[in-house]
Each structure stands twice: as structure tokens, then as C-alpha cells.
Design a protein around this ligand. Structure first.
Ligand SMILES: Cc1cc2nc3c(=O)[nH]c(=O)nc-3n(C[C@H](O)[C@H](O)[C@H](O)COP(=O)(O)OP(=O)(O)OC[C@H]3O[C@@H](n4cnc5c(N)ncnc54)[C@H](O)[C@@H]3O)c2cc1C
Length: 439
């Protein structure tokens, strides 16, 4: 008799999980709510719906998300199989006919005799059955409540308020200084970008006239969000001095030579490896090219490489650094795993790959084996290590990028960026293969 497992959510992650566990000999009950409880964003009747863009982004191996796809091929990803079946021309990107893509996955899932699909909204579940929760960024409100009860209200989030993140190696260290406000604390943790009045005025003018993105989730929820967490450009529009009392406050941040600054942008370390820094308080809804153009006016950031731009949208995700182990298993209840965007990764392929890793680990756990996650030399592993090690007081979602992947020592000195990324790719594939040999 097959062991029963349950998966909640037939999105990208949920379909990967069900497909993997059915292949491993389990009997999977897969719950999906959207056909009985529609939401305004997911409108098709089929599973693994791509809600916005039809692109799974770059396929180039020198791009971290391209390498992630190469890793997913090795992991036997159903999402990549479907994407290649439904591919449409899109240069170096893997874009799909979204209907064909979802139909392909839905047929595979529904025709699998080891998967029982139950079209209902889960509001509670039998936690004695091994369960993977993959209800995504649009988890239904009643199930949000259930998850909050399970985890605690403080560890379940409703919105992204993401400030941009830049690579430390791209910051001009001659222009910034290290200091904590009022020199509090034993170490100097923040990098500070000082501005004089002219620099501030120019920056301010560009910021208030910057082009903002139109949110896909405009409406009441977003308005509530803006009250709680103001985008930097919206705050700036309240008056020229507003930022000087908010995220660009110079007080307590004199230069190392004691000189006063007119304004200061603070950068805070974002990863355990100390390779990434975020712009503190700079959550933003500016279009991405505008973020690059305007934020590069900040002294020290003229050549900043952005590994993640600021975004603002509705997104349910949990405090993974606090709640999950590296196998994506809930620390307080090993019978429950989480996968997909709800873990705090962001993007179609990122969500899908956490589905595969959670399924691998549920299987291993049920067999009494050690949980295993690829190393952070792989893009898959780097994402999961990121959500595991990020700050649990200010956790925000992360996409695939080279900044979170372990660097190759001495590689920064090489001038050829393509060569560097090719080497990172080759190491990632080699290490993922080693991981596969272990599981
Ligand atoms: C509006 C919007 C636009 C986006 N655009 C992009 C984009 O262009 N590119 C990109 O890479 N990423 C985009 N994303 C992120 C994208 O949603 C995720 O990358 C991906 O779909 C998440 O996969 P998932 O499997 O975690 O969740 P989903 O694919 O959302 O799947 C979760 C499934 O769980 C179901 N579910 C929810 N609650 C319950 C319940 N109580 N009971 C049973 N089933 C339930 C849902 O109906 C859904 O089918 C966008 C997200 C949003 C919200």
C-alpha cells in the first residue's frame, strides 16, 4: 500500500511536488481552490497558471536564472519540461504559450493514477498526514488565518516591501563610510553614502519625477499597504524635506572626519556572506530602469550592480529564516513542509524549484534519511540557503541571482565577466550533479 501525502495548492510548486512524489511511489492528494473559490488574478481553470508574464526569464547559462533552469532540468522539473514543450520565440529567454504550458502540466497531473486532485479550498487539514503547503502569494484568506494560527501572526506576511539590493563589490568604497547612527553598537555595520545639498536637490528632483510601475494589484489592499509602508518616491512627494527626517536622515551620521552631511543613504548588509547590501528604507514602486538611473546618482553607487530591484505587491510569505530548516520543513512540526513563493523566494522558476527540493526532503524524511539541500554554489541551493539565513526580523523575498551564490575565490579580479559567470555555471552544474548522486 502506498504512503499517503498531501499537497495544498496546484500551482507551479504544488505540481512539481505532486509529480515528484508520485514518481517516488507515494499516493498524493493535491488540493486546489481556484475553481471553487476564484480570485481576481488566477483566472484559468488549469493548474500551474502563469499569472503575469509568459516568460520564465533568461535561458542563458551566464545568467543565474538560466543556470537555475539548467539545474532544474537535472532535477527532472515538470515545469521546465512543460515550458520547453510550450516554448514561443523570445530571444535568449524561455517564454511560453501560457495556455499550452498549463494544459501540459494539468494533463500530466490529472492523468497520473498516483495523484488524486481535490478541487476545494483548504481551510484546515489533517496534520497527521505528511503535508506540503504550496498555496503561493495569493493564499486564500481563510487559509491565511489557519497558517497564522499554525505559525503565529507575526511570522506570516501579506505584502512585499522590497528595497533594492546591490552587490558590495560594485560600491565605490572611497565615497562611502562605515558607521552606525550615533555610533551605537560595538561594530560599525552600515555603509553610509553622504550627500551635499546640491547632490540631494538633484537626486530629489529625479526621484519625484521618476516613472512608477503600475501595480498588478491596485485597489484597497494596496492602499492599506501604502499607509503602512510608504515607497520612497511617494514619501518624497510629501515635501522636499520629508526624506531628511526619514530614510535619508543625516543625524548621528557625521563623516569620519567629523563633517556634517546634508543627507545620507544607509546601506545594510543583506546576506551572511557580506556580499550584498540593501538601501535602507528605499522600498519603491519605481520602474526598474528608473531605479537604476536614479539610485546611481547616490554617491558611491554610480556603478552599483543591482541584484534585486525594489518591488511592491501583494504577496503572502512566511518568516522562513525563523520557521523552516534547510529541507523546507517546519521546525515545530516535521510533518509539515512549505514550498513555492510562500517560502519567500520570488518568481516562477524559483518557486518551482523549491517544490522539487521540498518533495525530495519529504521523501527522505519519511524514509528516515538526513534532509539534503544542494550547496550554495548552485543557484537552487543559494536560494534556499538565502531564505534560511536571511534576517528573520526584516525578511523579504529573493529571486535567483549570482550575488547569493558562493563566489569563486580570486574570481573577482578577473576582468571577463562572461568567463566568471561561465565558471560559476560550470561549478553549479557539477555540484548539483554531486547532490543528485547523494539523494
Ligand atoms: C499578480 C502577480 C504577478 C506575478 N507575476 C510574475 C511574473 O511575471 N514572473 C514571475 O516570475 N513571477 C511572477 N509572480 C510571482 C508568481 O506568482 C510566483 O512566482 C509563482 O506563481 C508562485 O508559484 P507557487 O507555486 O508558489 O504559487 P501559485 O502558482 O500561485 O500556486 C498556488 C496555488 O495554490 C492555490 N491555493 C491558494 N490557497 C489555497 C487553499 N486555501 N486551498 C487550496 N488551494 C489554494 C492557488 O489557487 C494556486 O493555484 C507574480 C505574482 C503575482 C501575485
Amino acid at each position: 500500500m502506498k504512503t499517503k501525502v498531501q499537497v495544498i495548492g496546484a500551482g507551479l510548486a504544488g505540481c512539481e511536488i505532486s509529480h515528484y512524489l508520485a514518481q517516488k511511489g507515494y499516493f498524493v492528494t493535491l488540493f486546489e481552490s481556484k475553481n471553487v473559490k476564484p480570485n481576481p488574478v488566477q483566472v484559468s481553470k488549469t493548474f500551474a497558471e502563469l499569472v503575469c508574464s509568459n516568460s520564465l526569464r533568461s535561458n542563458e547559462i551566464t545568467n543565474a536564472v538560466g543556470t537555475l533552469k539548467a539545474e532544474m532540468r537535472l532535477l527532472g522539473s515538470l515545469v521546465i519540461e512543460a515550458a520547453e514543450f510550450a516554448q514561443v520565440p523570445a530571444g535568449a529567454s524561455l517564454a511560453v504559450d501560457r495556455v499550452k504550458f498549463s494544459d501540459y502540466i494539468t494533463t500530466k497531473i490529472k492523468n497520473n493514477p498516483s495523484i488524486e486532485v481535490v478541487e476545494k479550498e483548504v481551510v484546515d487539514f489533517d496534520a497527521s498526514i505528511p503535508t506540503i503547503i504550496a498555496t503561493g502569494p495569493l493564499t486564500t484568506p481563510d487559509f491565511q488565518t489557519k497558517i497564522q494560527t499554525l505559525l503565529g501572526t507575526d511570522d506570516f506576511y501579506f505584502f512585499d516591501a522590497v528595497a533594492p539590493i546591490v552587490k558590495k563589490e560594485s560600491i565605490d568604497m572611497n565615497k562611502v563610510f562605515r558607521k552606525n547612527r550615533y555610533e551605537k553598537g560595538e561594530t560599525s555595520d552600515y555603509l553610509n553614502c553622504p550627500m551635499n545639498k546640491d547632490e540631494y536637490t538633484k537626486f530629489y528632483q529625479e526621484l519625484i519625477h521618476g516613472e512608477v510601475a503600475i501595480s498588478h494589484l491596485a485597489g484597497e489592499a494596496e492602499l492599506k499597504y501604502f499607509e503602512g509602508c510608504m515607497p520612497v518616491e511617494a514619501m518624497a512627494k510629501r515635501g522636499e524635506q520629508t526624506l531628511l527626517f526619514g530614510p535619508m536622515k543625516p543625524k548621528g551620521l557625521r563623516n569620519l572626519d567629523g563633517a556634517n552631511n546634508y543627507a545620507v543613504v544607509q546601506l545594510r548588509q543583506d546576506d551572511a556572506k557580506d556580499s550584498l547590501y540593501n538601501l535602507v528604507g528605499f522600498q519603491t514602486n519605481l520602474k526598474w530602469p528608473e531605479q537604476k538611473r536614479i539610485f546611481q546618482l547616490i554617491p558611491g553607487l554610480e556603478n552599483a550592480e543591482f541584484v534585486r530591484y525594489g518591488v511592491m505587491h501583494k504577496n503572502n510569505f512566511i518568516n522562513s529564516p525563523k520557521l523552516l530548516n534547510l529541507g523546507l520543513q517546519l521546525k515545530t512540526n516535521p510533518n509539515i513542509f512549505f514550498a513555492g513563493q510562500i517560502t519567500g523566494v520570488e518568481g516562477y522558476v524559483e518557486s518551482s524549484v523549491t517544490g522539487i527540493i521540498s518533495a525530495i526532503n519529504l521523501d527522505r524524511w519519511l524514509k528516515g534519511l538526513e534532509l539534503l539541500t544542494p550547496p550554495s554554489t548552485t543557484v537552487t541551493g543559494a536560494l534556499i540557503h538565502y531564505i534560511n539565513n536571511a534576517s528573520n526580523t526584516d525578511f523579504q523575498p529573493m529571486k535567483a541571482n549570482w550575488g547569493i551564490v558562493d563566489d569563486i575565490p580570486d574570481l573577482n579580479k578577473r576582468e571577463n565577466k562572461v568567463l566568471k559567470k561561465t565558471l560559476l555555471h560550470e561549478r553549479a552544474i557539477e555540484d548539483l550533479q554531486k547532490y543528485l548522486n547523494k539523494i
